[in-house]
Design a protein around this ligand. Structure first.
Ligand code: FAD
Length: 275
């Protein structure tokens, strides 16, 4: 089986204990050669300091780390300073996002990712490799496929180097989206985001928030396994391994694993794939 580069995503920890959990999970994943790890940025900038300290800690330990970043409710000066701090620490990659709304805070103005990409380029030139988000199943707020592609292209033209997708379980959605991007003249790598399946309630909750489609057959089969935790994990691992295989065979340039700060689910899939 052909191997493609991989990367891992971790959720920014909010407590020292959670940071220890993240570190343990990452330690167990280090045996899989990977390009980088990324650390999320809480909705509305709610983990700005936690993301920064996690990233600086991991970077100081010699790991290649890419912080996620959004304007959230921050002033541009705050984000400019954060970029300077990352530069000073030798960070070379960022994931630039609009970000999710912070629950309970109403609907503050959201700054689109393209604007953040332009800001990063204006402040720091070519220092950072900038990743942006892509949505093979179409972002829930997009009016149409055409507008999805249009605004995705705007992020690339603003200076993004590559993209990581929202997770999906239908590889055809990814292939279709990649073809449409190519036709629209978008030629950056579009890396599938891979979500391991370990339980039905969790994946239903995430998918409802981010608009990822859960195929009926998948839900029915997971329901059928009831509360047999180990059967669910085995089945979920097979489904996602097959998805990765199809993506690699179909030309995906790399895979980005949403670890949810757990090592085992991603590790099992990678072992199945021969990593
Ligand atoms: P944008 O690219 O700004 O797009 C958002 C929507 O607005 C799309 O529908 C787009 O078509 C539309 N749009 C864009 N520009 C315009 C315009 N000028 N006028 C009108 N409409 C426009 N969220 C977090 O809070 N923290 C994280 O760390 C985080 N990490 C993520 C990592 C990945 C790989 C992915 C795929 C998502 C991540 N998210 C994260 C979720 C992300 O913030 C949400 O999906 C958010 O709703 C959109 O972010 P975006 O950067 O794609 O936004």
């Amino acid at each position: 089986m052909k191997k493609v580069p991989i990367s891992f995503e971790f959720a920014a920890p909010k407590t020292a204990e959670a940071f220890q959990g993240l570190s343990r999970a990452y330690q167990r994943l280090q045996r899989f050669p990977h390009e980088f790890i990324s650390v999320t940025y809480g909705a509305g900038g709610s983990t700005r300091d936690g993301t920064k300290s996690t990233v600086l800690n991991l970077s100081a330990a010699g790991h290649r780390v890419a912080p996620h970043l959004s304007f959230g409710g921050d002033e541009t000066a705050t984000i400019a300073q954060l970029l300077k701090d990352y530069q000073a620490a030798g960070i070379r990659r960022l994931v630039a996002l609009r970000g999710d709304r912070q629950s309970g805070l109403g609907t503050p103005k959201m700054v689109h990712a393209a604007e953040l990409v332009r800001f990063i380029r204006a402040e720091t030139g070519d220092w950072f490799h900038i990743e942006v988000a892509a949505y093979p199943e179409i972002h829930p707020e997009s009016a149409s496929v055409d507008s999805e592609i249009h605004f995705f292209k705007e992020k690339i033209e603003a200076g993004a180097n590559s993209a990581i997708t929202q997770y999906f379980f239908n590889p055809d959605a990814y292939f279709q989206f990649s073809d449409e991007c190519q036709k629209a003249g978008i030629d950056v790598p579009i890396v599938p985001g891979i979500m391991p399946i370990t339980n039905l309630a969790g994946i239903e909750r995430f998918s409802a928030i981010c608009g990822a489609e859960l195929p009926r057959w998948l839900v029915k089969r997971l329901q059928n396994l009831g509360d047999d935790d180990s059967a669910i994990k085995d089945f979920g691992c097979d489904v996602v391994t097959n998805l990765c295989q199809r993506l690699i065979e179909g030309g995906a340039p790399a895979l980005h694993f949403y670890t949810l700060n757990q090592s085992k689910p991603s590790a099992r899939i990678l072992e199945n794939l021969g990593y």
